[in-house]
Structure formats: structure tokens, C-alpha cells
Design a protein around this ligand. Structure first.
Ligand code: TXA
Ligand code: MG
Length: 328
């Protein structure tokens, strides 16, 4: 069983030493728990892809303690600088052009000439990154395609002994992954993944964001692949009524009655509270003994866009039936 330890000073120092030795450590961010590896260590990054069961063509986000630490490997234009200044540390990932000769190992960026960068707003994540003194790749600490973890115990139950250490700092405050914006082309800003930073905040600075082009041969951000963030049970969206053998994810005061089990994302209709509860409640619904999970309609403003995106992917048809919990 993996060691789960409170994220105190000594534990953070130990986690940093493990990362520097090429091992994998899970740690909290404000969005979700990440599974970290030294971004400059090809073997560590290879182990990370293996442990997650992640396809090699899906690039990772490089985490740094401050924007200046990304300058050696990423090219910031004026837009990128403005966003970094305004929103970092925070739930925003920038896809930028990568500098030639960058120290980031090629497998981390799936061989692309771009690199995704983020400065997380969590004191433990920042302390860890400073102690490591190197860029750290960190995908969400779940098997690829499954529900992301927002609590240390969820990391431990699914990735267990393949992770050297899990730093526990309690539940994540935002609860959905960072917003990913592609600024690698000077003429376009593309929203690759809605997330913890609402679109409106970005558009106030960048103007209207372009959507990703659906026809592209190769997905720019495979986190956008149809089935992702998936529990084991089938998910039914926009439910206005519920069957007695379904679990219900509700939102607001008047939830449909009669579900086997009901989990209310936010009784008061607060989308930030709903984002914070989303993954833990999806997990609870998954374990409830129901036949399926029904979800009421969720508004699309603010964090609602990210919540709806994750639920749509949780509901998307799976390429194959999920087997034993370690889907692709
Ligand atoms: O909130 C978060 O971003 C969390 C925490 C741990 O920081 N991390 C996270 O990582 O969600 P991951 O690996 O689950 O999602 C990374 C997303 C994927 O959709 C990936 O395809 C995209 O970022 N991505 C990474 N590098 C990219 C690149 N160069 N171009 C386009 N998309 C990229
Ligand atoms: Mg993920």
C-alpha cells in the first residue's frame, strides 16, 4: 500500500528528494491531485505514462513554482505574459511554443513543438516545486480515462503501490482541472479544455476564444477525447426524472425524487461548490449499487462549462467496456 502522509514540511522535503531520484509522487493542487514526475527525466516520465496507462500521444502539463522558471523552455509572448501575471498561481494552463534545446524530455510533450505550463495555487504544490528545483509534470493522479481524484484517499485507492508517496492536504478547493488555453499561434487563442478558470475571465483579457477545430487529424488536447473522466456506471445527462435503480447527481433545491441514492452537487445552486463536489460525488454514485448515474441539467455559465464538459465525457460512449477499473 502506498504511503499517504500529511503534507508537512518533512514530508514535502522527502517527496522532493523522491522526485529528484526519478520516482513518482502524488501531491495536492487547488484543482485536483496530480501525479508528479521530474519533467527532465525521461525514465521517470516513461514510468508515469505506464502507471497511468496513458497513451504516449497525450502530452503532460509542466508545473513550475513561478513563471520565470518556465522561461528557459517556453516562449511567452505578450498575451502569455499578461495571463501569467493576472492568473498565476492559479487554475490556468498555457500551451506555448517550446524553446529549441528545452530541458523538458520529449516524451513529456509527446514530441510536440509546444509545451503546456502551469503554476498551481496550492501552498503544498508550490513548496514541493521549489524544493525539487526542476519542472515537474503532473497529470491528474488517476488511471487514464477515469475520474480525477480530489482527495488523497482516492489517489491511494486507485494507483496504490506504484506511487512512492502521496502528500495529503485534504480536499482540493476548486475540484476540476485547470483551463487549458493554446497560445502557440500568434493569431489565435484556443480554449482546449474548460476548467477551473472560467472562460469569461480569459475573454476579458484575450477577447473571444476560438474553439478547438473538431476536424483536426490529431487531437490538440487528448483530454478532450470523447470518453474521459468516466466512472464505471453509465451516465445519463439532463435527467428531469429518475428511476428507482439509478443514482442521482442533483443541483439546486428541487431534485427529482425516487433515486436509489441522491448526491446534491450544491443545494444552493452554487457552481463553485458543485465543481468542488463533482468528482467525489461521481465516485460515491459509482459505488452506490445503482445501475446507472442520472445527472440533472447543469447551467453553463462560470464553472458550469467545465462541469458540463466533464459530465459529457463521463457520459460519452466508451470504446470498450471498462474492465477492472483500469481503463485506457
Ligand atoms: O488542473 C490540472 O491541470 C491538473 C493538475 C494536477 O495540475 N493536471 C491535469 O493534467 O489535468 P492532465 O494530464 O490530466 O491534463 C493535461 C491536459 C490534457 O488534456 C493534455 O492533452 C493537454 O493538457 N496538453 C498538455 N500539453 C499539451 C500541448 N502541448 N498541446 C495541447 N494540449 C496539451
Ligand atoms: Mg486527467
Amino acid at each position: 500500500m502506498t504511503r499517504v502522509v500529511p503534507a508537512e514540511e518533512g514530508a514535502i522535503a522527502e517527496a522532493a528528494a523522491l522526485l529528484r531520484r526519478g520516482l513518482l509522487v502524488a501531491f495536492p493542487t487547488e484543482t485536483v491531485y496530480g501525479l508528479g514526475a521530474d519533467a527532465t527525466d525521461d525514465r521517470a516520465v516513461a514510468a508515469l505514462f505506464r502507471v497511468k496507462g496513458r497513451p504516449a500521444h497525450n502530452p503532460l502539463i509542466v508545473h513550475v513554482a513561478e513563471a520565470a522558471a518556465a522561461e528557459p523552455f517556453a516562449v511567452f509572448d505578450e498575451r502569455a505574459r499578461a495571463l501569467a501575471e493576472r492568473f498565476w498561481p492559479g487554475p490556468l494552463t498555457l500551451v506555448l511554443r517550446q524553446r529549441p534545446g528545452s530541458a523538458i524530455t520529449r516524451s513529456a510533450t509527446a514530441g510536440l513543438d509546444t509545451v503546456a505550463v502551469r503554476v498551481p495555487a496550492h501552498p503544498v504544490a508550490l513548496a514541493l516545486l521549489r524544493a525539487v528545483g526542476r519542472p515537474v509534470v503532473a497529470p491528474s493522479a488517476n488511471p487514464s480515462g477515469r475520474v480525477s481524484p480530489t482527495r488523497a484517499e482516492d489517489v491511494a485507492s486507485e494507483l496504490d503501490r506504484r506511487v512512492a508517496l502521496v502528500l495529503d492536504a485534504g480536499p482540493c478547493t476548486i475540484g476540476v482541472e485547470s483551463t487549458v488555453v493554446d497560445l502557440s499561434r500568434p493569431d489565435r487563442a484556443v480554449l482546449l479544455r474548460p476548467g477551473g478558470l472560467p472562460r469569461s475571465e480569459l475573454e476579458a483579457i484575450l477577447g473571444p476564444l476560438a474553439g478547438a477545430e473538431p476536424g483536426e487529424a490529431r487531437p490538440r488536447s487528448p483530454g478532450r477525447l470523447a470518453s474521459h473522466y468516466a466512472p464505471r456506471l453509465p451516465v445519463r445527462l439532463d435527467a428531469r426524472a429518475v428511476a428507482p435503480d439509478e443514482a442521482l447527481l442533483a443541483f439546486g433545491e428541487d431534485a427529482p425524487e425516487g433515486a436509489l441514492a441522491t448526491f446534491n452537487l450544491s443545494r444552493s445552486g452554487d457552481l463553485r461548490e458543485a465543481a468542488r463536489n463533482l468528482y467525489a460525488m461521481l465516485r460515491a454514485a459509482d459505488r452506490s449499487g445503482a445501475r446507472a448515474i442520472a445527472v440533472v441539467p447543469i447551467p453553463s455559465e462560470g464553472l458550469g462549462e467545465a462541469i458540463r464538459d466533464r459530465l459529457a465525457r463521463a457520459a460519452a460512449r466508451r470504446p470498450e467496456p471498462a474492465v477492472g477499473g483500469a481503463g485506457g
